[in-house]
Ligand binder design. Sequence first.
Ligand SMILES: O=P(O)(O)OC[C@H]1O[C@H](O[C@H]2O[C@H](CO)[C@@H](O)[C@H](O)[C@H]2O)[C@H](O)[C@@H](O)[C@@H]1O
Length: 247
Amino acid sequence: MSAVPDGLVAALTGLAGRRPLLVASDYDGVLAPLADEPSAATASPGVAEALARVAAADGVTVALVSGRGVDDLRRVSRFDGPYRWVGSHGAEYGGPLAGELAGRRDALAETLAPLVAAVPGARLEVKPASVAVHVRQVTDPVAATALLADARAAVDPSLTIKPGKAVLEVAVTDADKGSAVRRLREDLGAAAALYLGDDVTDEDVFRTLGPADVGIKVGEGETAAGHRVTDPEAVLAVLRLLGDLLA
Ligand SMILES: O=P(O)(O)OC[C@H]1O[C@H](O[C@H]2O[C@H](CO)[C@@H](O)[C@H](O)[C@H]2O)[C@H](O)[C@@H](O)[C@@H]1O
């Protein structure tokens, strides 16, 4: 099977004629293969060039929409282009977050730190608007599942819980990627949008897409996206094809 299924080639061909066009993508598991350590998730070779080519087309805006904080996303991706940077699942939009959130986030980190410290391999990631409990490197699956359940039970139930791949995030804002992409579209007056994502939080975006848009789920699992590709390698093929169609 070709990396880009025929139905998706047709959809991208139609999309390439629309302006203004928003091309938005999640990062981890999409533009970068998943890695054991969050800081080791470097972008797939060729992706930076493919994204830059898409962004160079007239009337096209590329946006990076990540659960990571924007500073972290810039550092780990090493992308450097005329992109819109949306971080912290949409909470960081057009600039850093207000400082008062940091106190609530730090209190949350204090609550979760002892739980994480008690499970070998678990890791606590403190981000601008959330705290993530990672279990990718916990070798005992029972301990991993129990830690995620304990973390959920330990926090104020009014906080926003975001499950993901071997991770549970607790956020001090109720931002979501779907609202962020809707806002991007309004800012740009976009006639159509493309969105690529692989995880639970990306479904908030797929659910907002309309008939003129193209949603692409990367990998397995239930999705509201209209299209699917297998992995980040196939994402590179999609971006290269889109670059050709826009040229
Ligand atoms: O919205 P994304 O750009 O996909 O970011 C989602 C989370 O990605 C990172 O965690 C995930 O990727 C790690 C590196 O591959 C992996 O080790 C971890 O198991 C995954 O859950 C990041 O660390 C989180 O902050 C992001 O929210």
